[in-house]
Design a protein around this ligand. Structure first.
Ligand SMILES: C[C@@H](N)C(=O)N[C@H](C)C(=O)O
Ligand SMILES: [Zn+2]
Length: 223
């Protein structure tokens, strides 16, 4: 079973906040950033699970207000270059992560292997840092995203979103100069506005000064 964790929820001594209490602290990205593009992959079937993920029955991209503010600054800088942000995932309820865990424990279901993790076995997705049993997304200040041109065409980053393998590492040498330039542009603009990336995924960013560093939420965005 998956071992590594992206944080230790048991370390939190604060009582969990209810969805009602959290509501003013979270904002919908489509209402906050006018030209942002939203394509929540886990609300459809074109994802590594191959099905709508628990907690994504409605496609609602939510982030903590500080993370959304920082992302708005990213979008404003990109606008000057005729570029836009496209969101693949944002706040992720813990029940979605639990769905990933159930999927990972089923050795028979290999429908998406060729497209998303051709060189890995399911347990290795956790061992190698592509999935966690507690994800920073559930803390509400992490987003998976890419860049597009003004017409919404994605810039070529060298792999599809959620391709689990070394080619997706931001620093991978296995990309063309054009793809490298696109990755560097994404990394630099996100870092300039307070986000940190991870070694394994070019699309994954967390607000460094996140407001809920120890809490893993499970409320539904539309409730
Ligand atoms: C599943 C992928 N999109 C992702 O977000 N991975 C990180 C490591 C996570 O689950 O926290
Ligand atoms: Zn992510």
């Amino acid at each position: 079973m998956p071992q590594p964790q992206n944080g230790d929820p048991s370390a939190s001594h604060q009582p969990p906040l209810s969805a009602h209490e959290l509501r003013p602290s979270f904002v919908r990205l489509d209402q906050y950033i006018p030209d942002i593009l939203i394509d929540l992959k886990y609300a459809g079937c074109d994802n590594f699970i191959g099905a709508v993920v628990d907690g994504y029955q409605q496609a609602c991209a939510l982030l903590s207000r500080p993370a959304a503010e920082a992302l708005a600054n990213v979008a404003a800088e990109l606008r000057q270059q005729n570029l836009r942000l496209k969101i693949f995932d944002a706040y992720r309820p813990q029940r979605a992560v639990d769905h990933f865990l159930r999927w990972a424990s089923s050795a028979e279901d290999l429908r998406t292997k060729e497209r998303f993790y051709p060189a890995l076995e399911k347990p290795q997705l956790f061992e190698q840092g592509y999935l966690f049993s507690h994800s920073s997304h559930s803390r509400g200040s992490t987003a998976d995203l890419t860049l597009t041109d003004n017409d919404g065409r994605e810039l070529d980053m060298g792999t599809i979103f959620d391709f689990f393998g070394p080619q997706s590492w931001p620093e991978s040498a296995d990309v063309s100069p054009h793809q490298r330039a696109n990755r560097d542009l994404l990394q630099s603009v996100m870092r300039r506005h307070g986000f940190t990336g991870v070694r394994e995924e070019w699309w994954h960013f967390t607000l460094a000064d996140e407001p809920y560093p120890d809490q893993y939420f499970d409320f539904l965005p539309w409730e």
